[in-house]
Structures are given as C-alpha cells and as structure tokens.
Write a protein that binds this ligand. Structure first.
Ligand code: ATP
Length: 143
C-alpha cells in the first residue's frame, strides 16, 4: 500500500511518484502521512519534506512554505518554492541569508519588509541545512 506524492510549484512539477510515507513541515508542526490518512488541508512552513520508500534512501526536499492537501491515497504539495536536496546551490542560499541578515540591520524597515527578510532567512537556513546534510552523506558530489 503506497500513497501518491505530487510536489508542484507555479514553475514546475518537482516530484511525482508513489511513496510509503511523507513527513512534511506543517505550519503547526511536523506531520507524518501514511497511506489511508484522513483528508487534511494545511499550510506548510519553510522546512524539510521527506519522502520515504521502502528499501531506498529517503528523498529530501527544501520547501519554502505553501499548502498540502492529503487524501487517503494522495498527497499534493503546492509549494511556494521546492528543491530536491541535490538541486540546492549552497552558496546561493548563503548569499540569500547574508543579504536578508544585512537588510535586518538597516533602520526604518516596515513590518512587511521585516517579515519578508525573516522569511528569506528561514528559507535560506533550511536550504543550507539540507545541502550540508547531503554533502556529509555524498561528499564526492560536492568536490
Ligand atoms: P534567492 O534570493 O537566492 O532567489 P529566495 O529564497 O528569494 O532566494 P525563492 O523565492 O524561495 O528564492 O525561490 C525562487 C526560485 O529559485 C525557486 O524556483 C527556488 O526553487 C529557486 N531557489 C532559490 N534558492 C535556491 C538555492 N539556494 N538553490 C537552488 N534553487 C534555489
């Protein structure tokens, strides 16, 4: 028994396959989704989404917020941004974090600008953590 996982953004279909379990960064906390899960609609925070298939390494995605709809046989993630761990450009994420941190030091930011800079830092930190975790696991792909 498996569950179909689709991860989409406005730009592309990031992933579509049958998996055994999904672990998603729900805005109220981490959610573990198995086949036959009760229907659910939730917003997502920036964080790591894991797709587990028996006998294979977990697939890891950086999710930059969005929504997730769960049906007993299907999980649909509509992400603001989503990358597989191996697609993440670590230097780009570090630059994005540095830019946002510098912005936070400036005076007279509006609440909106503040919230956007904080969200950019959260996205960048998730990407950095995933890329670093992956480089520890697969050092040669980062040489
Ligand atoms: P940046 O300032 O570097 O664009 P961002 O957090 O503003 O970062 P997003 O708006 O979340 O970027 O994403 C824009 C697009 O760029 C998405 O398609 C996202 O998947 C991709 N993206 C963003 N940062 C990275 C990264 N470090 N590595 C790979 N893809 C990235």
């Amino acid at each position: 028994m498996s569950i179909k996982l689709d991860i989409v953004t406005v730009e592309r279909l990031v992933y579509s396959d049958d998996v055994d379990m999904v672990v998603a960064p729900g805005s109220e906390g981490v959610l573990g989704i198995l086949p036959r899960h009760a229907p659910l609609l939730t917003s997502l925070a920036s964080g790591e989404l894991l797709a587990r298939k028996q006998g294979e390494d977990d697939l890891s995605f950086a999710i930059g917020g969005g929504f997730m709809e769960v049906q007993p046989d299907k999980v649909t993630v509509l992400a603001d941004a989503a990358e597989r761990a191996e697609e993440i450009d670590l230097n780009r994420a570090k630059d994005a974090r540095d830019r946002a941190e510098n912005l936070l030091k400036s005076e007279g930011l509006s609440l909106d600008e503040l919230a956007r800079a904080e969200a950019a830092i959260r996205r960048a930190v998730v990407r950095m953590n995933l890329a670093e975790k992956r480089s520890r696991k697969h050092p040669r792909s980062y040489e």
